[in-house]
Design a protein around this ligand. Sequence first.
Ligand SMILES: Nc1ncnc2c1ncn2[C@@H]1O[C@H](COP(=O)(O)OP(=O)(O)OP(=O)(O)O)[C@@H](O)[C@H]1O
Length: 521
Amino acid sequence: MAAIEGALSFSVASVVEDVLQQHGNRSRGLDLDARRAEEAAIRRYEAAALLRKLVGVVAAKDLPAEPSEEESRLGLRSGIILCNALNKIQPGAVQKVVESPRDSTHVPDGAALSAYQYFENVRNFLVAVEEMGMPTFEASDLEQGGKSSRVVNCVLALKSYSEWKQAGGNGVWKFGGNVKTTTSGKQFLRKNSEPFTSSLSRTTSLNEKSQNGACMETDLNRMVGRLLIQPDIQSILAPVIYNHVIFIFWQSNSSLSMLVRAILLDKKPEEVPNLIESVLSKVVEEFEHRIASQIELVLKQTLSTTKAGMQFMQVKFHEEIHNLGLHIHGLAHAASGYHRVLEENRRLYNQVQDLKGSIRVYCRVRPFLPGQYNHLSTVDHIEEGTISISTPAKNGKGRKSFNFNKVFGPSATQEEVFSDTQPLIRSVLDGYNVCIFAYGQTGSGKTYTMSGPKDLTEHSQGVNYRALRDLFLLAEQRKDTFCYDVSVQMMEIYNEQVRDLLNTDGLSRRYPFPELVSDLL
Ligand SMILES: Nc1ncnc2c1ncn2[C@@H]1O[C@H](COP(=O)(O)OP(=O)(O)OP(=O)(O)O)[C@@H](O)[C@H]1O
């Protein structure tokens, strides 16, 4: 919002004034410059005369009767003459005037007072004249390079006011030549603008009418009205002209008024419409140019703000990425620690398996089958790792004991038998080679132990099924860390014949393993 307001930081008045100034400079040249300098000098002398008259020649010793621009500036710079003159016209208008010390040595640049004191006087003077409705100027106009014409304008307005007061003060005084009469209806004419009025009187009826503000305004309206007949200009200028230009030309801006007069000075009446059309089109052009510049400025500001915002976000983004990197690094470190612990654990686990014995032999005693009623068994006694077998001997009954890693009796379940083999399945996935096989005479229960009975249930599944199930379960648990390939072969060696039990040609099959294995996979 502030940026948009900034885009319109110039006024229509300033644009018009600048264009008129340029126009004036272009169209007139040196003759006009000289004439204007002459007119400015006359006005300056007039202002000096008033001030000298009001404060007295002694007090106005710093201000010559016909001062140059520089002498005028130096004489008025301390604000003392201005304040005292104003107080003469309007007693008490400036409450306190900081006077120059009487014994101080005069310095050409009026430096007997401090810059601050000058400023106090000038500021108090400007506040007072503004309250009185006079045209004011900037304190800087009393510095080198300031607009001395504005100071002269102000003083001449004071003169006008003083004369109006001396004439009885009828109506309401208003700077610019207009007096709103309240009783007598007598119009107040601004005598101090004689240099202009005398110049203007040389030309046309327009100039005569210009003695009266209302007539001047009517003339301008008529001229503008003529311009507005043209559709292009109408659409562009109508709002500007009616809302601003008339107001600026006549009501408030005396410097504009002077510029207009200066430009119209040597023009014939028939030249005026073309001149105004040209000036107004320049105004529009200048206005558009300034708006474009301001918009460009706003865009540049917006761009730079956005750029700064983007840079800020980029820095923030980099910070967050950096923090995330640190976090991930920490996690990776923790994970590597975890993997080290896991590896150590695995190593120890397999070491335990080795210590238990890399070759383990278990013994399982099959129960009596249905139909074996005599229940005569050679097994005499079974302990944890020992089985005692009764053997016939010459001197009566004999006994032989055999040691194994573990002995399973007839009542041992499939689950109990597998529990001692189960840790080795984990070792397979840790990269160890493991071989489990069953050995025994026909009908002793090898197939039952390794696979299970014909009518297979989850409870009666043998070592093969349980081992494969564990293998896939562990592989699934480790899938985020390891990827395993599993392949199966199933061979039979019988009567010195080797047969592939997973061969699906149907001829060499002895057991229904292929289906069971494919189910598992
Ligand atoms: N622990 C057990 N509990 C119940 N029945 C069993 C057990 N062990 C074996 N059997 C049964 O004993 C019979 C013979 O077992 P199995 O076929 O497994 O012997 P095998 O050693 O494989 O014989 P072969 O070498 O001739 O193939 C089967 O009917 C089987 O169901």
